[in-house]
Write a protein that binds this ligand. Structure first.
Ligand SMILES: Cc1cc2nc3c(=O)[nH]c(=O)nc-3n(C[C@H](O)[C@H](O)[C@H](O)COP(=O)(O)OP(=O)(O)OC[C@H]3O[C@@H](n4cnc5c(N)ncnc54)[C@H](O)[C@@H]3O)c2cc1C
Length: 426
């Protein structure tokens, strides 16, 4: 459905030097591309601006759980086509066991995950947005929001290293990633009581045959002390592995242990014959933050909504963010479209309420979990006594990766209610 043009705004030019749109999306990662895709499919006039040009690299584990697969399917991407590596579940390495946990079979979700480099995946998603009708601006950096009488009414955008120009829009969607400097300039802040992860990854060419599982290690030791983090290996295809490690700021050692050090320890833990050595490394080691559990406040200001990492919409159990970036973008796109079509701006501003309705309870449980595993004793006991119990671990996988059918009253539902009741919320 086409939306009426913005009232009172100067008419934009039809070519690439436009000065207005119904919606300006800042950042074309999964969140921005998904928002632009869903808005354009509704006939909304949308500019998708990114300071980079695509394809571009993004530090990530490159892994999509079944939830992530569903999210990209919702953008018309076929995750079975060439380039995607299929993943059948999670393999967990503990001190005494190695456990294969296939994805649960659920009605609402596919039964497989995938791996695809962000270099390729993000490009694919941007192309989907453009095909749906969004106008893409590459090498276009939104330097500051434009605020008029308390409303964000556009942004100052610098294109191709030229002068910054004013772009007016009825809504601005900040999808500018974990640092989110753009939204910061509008007054959005990180909530320091909510968890933050940091992680590092590097690609390795390995002689080891590629499996069809996400592999993770939770018992990384250094000098007899268990480190407060985890390591992963994800199969990228063509003999390349994405090898990474991360940790949470809920641990008291957060300031002493960098993700690079975690990755170093992890690489030294791995068998020599897997070949995770400098000579087999492809590209640089990169690291980045994971803003979790909706740790940005507020998630919306008049005229501005925060999507994906910009809003801290990352699973606090796992650090999975791609699925949540796309899901939050879809919610925002629906609300903004409804607000534009019915000329009821209040609809768009119910976005934080809608996100809390969807994720509030789950993220509350996730934050409690993040605080608990920041405690070295809890972590050690979980690894020692939890890992050998397969049924418990299958349940843990469903909870951690948010893979449930969401039925009221089932076991997952009851356990989450119980944890929310006993978890002191911060
Ligand atoms: C080491 C690491 C490993 C991870 N592994 C996984 C994983 O395996 N699976 C998973 O699901 N999640 C993973 N995540 C999280 C995931 O990467 C993020 O949650 C996801 O990228 C969020 O998408 P986004 O669109 O919100 O932000 P981004 O993907 O960061 O995209 C933001 C975009 O905004 C652009 N931009 C920024 N500022 C501006 C500006 N001012 N103007 C214009 N453009 C701007 C950037 O160029 C970028 O393209 C990992 C994160 C890290 C750090």
């Amino acid at each position: 459905m086409a939306v009426e043009p913005a009232r009172g705004l100067p008419a934009g030019e039809a070519d690439g030097r436009r000065t207005e749109a119904d919606v300006l999306v800042v950042g074309a990662g999964p969140a921005g591309a998904a928002a632009a895709y869903h808005l354009a499919r509704h006939g909304v006039d949308v500019i998708l601006a990114d300071k980079a040009s695509f394809p571009r690299e993004k530090v990530c584990g490159d892994g999509l759980t079944p939830r992530g697969v569903r999210a990209i399917q919702g953008m018309g991407v076929d995750p079975t086509e060439a380039g995607f590596v299929r993943v059948d579940g999670l393999r967990v390495y503990g001190p005494t066991v190695v456990l294969d946990l296939p994805w649960p079979k659920l009605e609402r979700l596919p039964d497989f995950g995938v791996v695809r480099t962000r270099h390729d995946l993000d490009h694919l998603l941007v192309q989907r947005a453009v095909k749906a009708g969004a106008t893409l601006w590459e090498r276009a950096e939104a330097v500051a929001p434009l605020v008029d009488d308390g409303w964000v009414v556009g942004a100052s955008v610098r294109r191709e290293d030229g002068e910054a120009e004013t772009v007016r829009a009825r809504y601005v969607l900040a999808a500018d990633g974990a640092a989110s400097r753009f939204a910061g300039k509008a007054g959005v802040r990180r909530d320091p009581t909510r968890p933050l992860g940091v992680a590092a990854r590097r690609y390795y060419r390995s002689p080891r045959p590629q499996g069809t599982y996400f592999e993770s290690w939770f018992d990384l030791w250094e000098n007899g002390v268990i480190l407060p983090g985890y390591g992963w290996i994800f199969p990228v295809g063509d003999g390349i592995l994405n090898v990474g490690a991360g940790l949470l700021n809920t641990t008291s050692h957060f300031k002493e242990v960098s993700p690079r050090r975690m990755l170093d320890v992890f690489l030294r833990t791995l068998p020599e014959e897997w070949g995770m050595v400098e000579a087999n490394a492809e590209g640089e080691l990169l690291s980045g933050p994971l803003p979790m559990g909706m740790n940005r406040r507020p998630l919306a200001l008049p005229g501005l909504l925060l999507l994906g990492d910009a809003g801290g919409v990352v699973n606090p159990f796992t650090g999975e963010g791609i699925a949540y970036a796309i899901e939050s973008a879809e919610v925002a796109a629906e609300l903004v479209h409804d607000a534009l079509a019915s000329d009821r701006p209040g609809l768009a501003h119910s976005y934080p309420i809608e996100l809390r309705r969807r994720y509030g309870r789950y993220f509350t449980v996730g934050r409690a979990f993040a605080r608990a595993i920041g405690n070295a004793t809890f972590m050690r006991l979980s690894v020692l006594y939890g890992f050998p119990r397969e049924r418990l671990m299958r349940f843990a996988l469903r909870m951690l990766a948010n893979l449930t059918d969401g039925r009221d009253g089932d076991l997952d539902d009851r356990v989450m209610d119980w944890i929310v009741r006993i978890a002191p919320e911060r």
